[in-house]
Design a protein around this ligand. Structure first.
Ligand code: MG
Length: 160
């Protein structure tokens, strides 16, 4: 028994904010604006896992109106999604992700992002793919470097 889930997230990037991705800070003049740490990639992964379990979206579980999630580290949301997954008797088969970002350039960081996510999800690096692309300097705020977008697709397999 398999279940598939998809997730998407986008955050505005503003000057003076730390650039957080996959729970790590990367040097950048701009960083994501958000109620939590604005980690768009982790938010997309959480939505993919919740989606595969038919449990709605990250906002249903961690409403931005709730002050306890202000500046929360997104690893907390990942841990909660994994707990739901384990409770339903599933494990991650593989995760595929795409980040859409003009700058900072993520090429040099893709491997560590992949390792970081695999570690967080307690899977092997061969089960996680991290792809990074730009919006070719066009496509609105993403292309102008004023936002980061992330997509994730996850396949869950039932644990026997
Ligand atoms: Mg988000």
């Amino acid at each position: 028994m398999y279940r598939i889930g998809s997730g998407f997230d986008i955050h505005r990037l503003a000057p003076g904010r730390p650039f957080i991705i996959a729970g790590m800070e990367i040097e950048s003049t701009r960083g994501p604006v958000g109620h939590s740490d604005g980690d768009a990639l982790l938010h997309a992964v959480v939505d993919a896992i919740l989606g595969a379990l038919a449990l709605g979206d990250i906002g249903d579980h961690f409403p931005p109106s709730d002050p306890q999630w202000k500046d929360a580290k997104s690893e907390v949301f990942i841990a909660a999604a994994l707990k739901e997954m384990n409770a339903q008797g599933y494990r991650i088969e593989n995760l595929d992700t795409t980040i859409i970002l003009e700058k900072p350039k993520l090429g040099p960081h893709k491997k560590i992002i992949q390792e970081q996510i695999a570690n967080m999800l307690d899977v092997d690096v061969t089960q996680v793919c991290v792809k990074a692309k730009t919006a070719e300097g066009s496509l609105g705020e993403l292309g102008q470097g004023l936002a980061i977008g992330a997509m994730a697709t996850v396949l869950l397999a039932q644990v026997n």
